[in-house]
Design a binder for this molecule. Structure first.
Ligand code: ADP
Ligand code: MG
Length: 703
């Protein structure tokens, strides 16, 4: 890093990265640690002590007195339990941090959801250092803590977190790709996955937020009539960023840069008060950890600026919700496999990986859908700004044509007009600019990567990325197996494959495309026609979380995860249980919150308005004034009717909340919706001074 960059950004200052390793560790130990990090090798236990010692000194030089193993439990947030370096030895206080402290932790973590894997009285969970994600310093107003990214497992080795399966899925993909690359005559190397996670969020003035129990307890507004102006004028997207928001963004970026997170892009999003932060892409596991820190930082810094940062997928009805586009790519030995390259051999490899991805997404659309399921995202997927709940692939016109020609081409025979022959034809240059992008697709090819747009703004990237890696590992593995069976690879070198190799590959890819091209859809995903067309194509369409999560109960899916060593059947089962329970709890919290707001805040306000109106009416009549009485009567009837509907709506919601039937959540949601319709209509009839909740027009505009 140049001095100039360092001074301007303080980049990586709070990360135990290359520079800190060189400064705080001996040359030998530094080398061993670097190898562990770069090659993902297990840590040499003989150096753990020195590494721990070095990390402690580095952390203490930055004001840290405590350390914590930082992990990603199944709650979807991050977890930390701090211990101080302070120990009393022979009556003397000293600062200590051992190799064991660094490598394993035993948090008494019995209260984290485990989906039956570990009951509270059984063995405790343990955290294990993940050296591929560097330790970092978390600062607070009067101190700092050393954070060590870890995986969290039960003593049986079963995963209790979101990081472990991600790391395993990367290994699975590496194994499959290594098998394929050998057939392509490429030297053995390491598979890398990359992720750039675009983060959307809303800001709201903290004062308004405090007055909205729904935002405080559930993250979204359960009531609120639309503001006269919303996003109709499309004047917010990429608009001038208000000064106070910009200074918030600046602070966020400064914090992120210190943590070595390459925050790159910032802009206004489509909905008023909605914004986006995009980092430059990084290695997948690191990028996934970093996104968790991005969300933390957004929330923390917002406080200092008098804002609250809303990461919920749909904080406001009627305007866009927030997503987290996962830009994903895979490389081998550093070479991006989703970059078509320039010669026929590179093209052949690109097309193979592309076909594998198409095959994977078609075969396992249900798992991808399940990986983005959640109570919040249900309000977004399928609504008209977000990708639909049907998982399909967008390739762009040019690549779609390439695939078409490849599928039609007949290997072995002479090239027909309009067909494409692997190993012979060169692909046209594919556009990488944003103009060719289709924003309605949940899974889009964007020049040299895929953009998975279905993940919601609050999701932990590791879930969807674990599924993507695993299903692609399976497809690559299958194609490699077919190629091996064809016995055509021989001693081929890159660029020197025999026609037999190319013919066999062509046949394999054609068969794959024939079976799976139905998942490719280049049209407009928002059109009402698409779900019908998707149904004709046999593509699954799970409209809500419970139906999406059934994918995790299918035997063939358990087999898939087990075969590729990503999750055991029990681990998968536990996740299904955890996610379903989380969904049910969230819906119930929302239901109870809506009921309480309606009965404790809205009902009294409406009663007050009603009373005032009928009193005015009675008074006018009693003094013999007739003008105004028809308006007062009309208002009284309107408010009175609303009042009746309100009482009924609250009762119905209360009943739905006390039902314990399996479909209770659906009933709660529909009772909430009905109640909302009533309340939102009343908002337009009750005087502003009496209305107990800040309105959309107040909350959505920040100046
Ligand atoms: P857009 O909003 O048009 O999708 P952005 O520039 O906001 O584009 O975001 C694109 C994201 O994709 C960035 O985070 C970028 O770093 C990331 N990206 C670019 N190339 C790759 C790649 N090879 N692998 C993963 N992510 C990538
Ligand atoms: Mg994008």
């Amino acid at each position: 890093m140049t001095e100039e960059t360092k001074n301007a950004t303080h980049f990586g200052e709070d990360v135990f990265g290359d520079e800190a390793i060189r400064t705080y560790l001996s040359k030998d130990t530094a080398k061993k640690l670097q190898a562990t990090i770069q090659e993902g090798k297990p840590l040499d236990p003989s150096i753990a002590g020195e590494v721990a010692h070095g990390i402690r000194h580095w952390a203490m030089d930055r004001g840290a007195t405590h350390y914590t193993h930082w992990f990603l439990p199944m709650t979807g947030s991050t977890a930390e339990k701090h211990d101080s370096f302070l120990e009393i030895k022979d009556g003397e206080p000293i600062m200590l941090f051992s190799g064991k402290n660094l490598i394993v932790g035993e948090p008494d973590a019995s209260s984290f959801p485990s989906g039956g894997i570990r009951s509270t009285f059984e063995a405790r969970g343990y955290t294990a250092w993940d050296p591929t994600s560097p330790a970092f310093i978390k600062r607070h107003s009067n101190g700092a803590t050393l954070c060590i990214p870890t995986a969290f497992c039960a003593y049986t080795g079963e995963a209790l977190d979101k990081k472990t399966p991600l790391l395993r899925s990367m290994q699975a993909l590496d194994k499959s790709l290594t098998r394929l690359m050998k057939l392509f005559g490429r030297p053995e190397a390491h598979t890398g996955c990359t992720l750039g996670a675009e983060q959307e969020y809303f800001l709201i003035d903290k004062e308004y937020w405090k007055k909205r129990p729904d935002l405080v307890l559930t993250g979204r507004t359960l009531f609120g009539a639309p503001s006269a102006k919303g996003q109709q004028l499309e004047d917010h997207y990429f608009g001038t960023i208000p000064d106070r928001v910009l200074s918030f963004m600046n602070d966020v970026e400064r914090e992120l840069w210190k943590l070595g997170i390459p925050a790159k892009t910032r802009h206004n999003e489509v909905a008023p008060a909605q914004f986006e932060l995009a980092p430059q892409f990084e290695e997948l596991n690191l990028a996934s950890d970093h996104n968790m820190l991005v969300m933390d930082t957004l929330r923390n810094v917002a406080e200092k600026h008098g804002f609250k940062c809303l990461l919920h997928e749909k904080p406001y009805a009627g305007v866009n919700g927030s997503g987290k586009h996962n830009n994903w790519s895979v490389n081998y030995g550093g070479k991006n496999l989703l970059d078509p390259g320039t010669d026929p051999d590179e093209n052949a490899l690109f097309l193979t990986v592309l076909c594998a991805i198409i095959e994977a997404v078609d075969k396992h659309a249900d798992l991808l859908r399940a990986s983005v399921a959640g109570a919040g995202n249900d309000h977004r997927l399928g609504a008209n700004e977000a990708p639909p709940a049907v998982i399909s692939i967008y390739l762009g016109d040019q690549l779609a044509e390439v695939i078409d020609r490849l599928e039609k081409g007949e290997g072995g025979k002479t090239k027909k007009a309009g067909t494409l022959k692997i190993g012979v034809d060169t692909l046209p240059a594919l556009p990488k600019d944003a103009t060719d992008r289709n924003r309605t697709s949940p899974f889009a090819f964007t020049g040299n990567k895929f953009e998975f747009r279905a993940p919601g703004s609050s999701v932990c990237c590791s879930g969807p990325m674990t599924v993507l890696n695993t299903i692609v590992a399976e497809a690559v593995d299958r194609i490699a197996g077919e190629l091996e069976k064809a016995k055509v690879a021989g001693k081929a070198k890159p660029g020197e494959h025999t026609p037999a190799f190319h013919n066999a590959l062509q046949k394999i890819l054609q068969d794959s495309l024939k079976a799976h091209k139905r998942v490719v859809f280049n049209g407009n995903g928002y059109e009402a026609e698409w779900p019908l067309e998707a149904e004709r194509r046999g593509l699954p369409n799970a409209p809500d979380t419970p139906s999406a999560l059934t994918a995790l109960t299918k035997k063939e899916n358990a087999k898939l995860f087990e075969k590729y060593g990503v999750m055991t059947a029990r681990e998968l089962e536990s996740r299904h249980e955890i996610f379903l329970e989380e969904y049910a709890k969230k819906v119930r919290i929302e239901g109870a919150c809506a009921r309480d707001i309606a009965s404790e805040m809205i009902l009294p306000a409406v009663k007050g308005e009603y009373l005032e109106t009928i009193q005015a009416f009675a008074k006018a009549e009693s003094v013999g004034v007739s003008s105004g009485t028809s308006a007062l009567r009309e208002s009284a009837v309107e408010i009175g009717t609303g009042l009746d509907a309100l009482k009924t709506g609250i009762k119905k919601l209360d009943e739905a909340l006390s039902a314990a039937t399996p479909s209770a959540e659906a009933e709660i949601l529909s009772a909430m919706q009905a109640l909302r319709t009533t309340v939102d209509a009343l908002e337009k009839r009750v005087s502003e001074t009496r209305w107990p909740l800040p309105k959309y027009r107040d909350m959505l505009f920040l100046y």
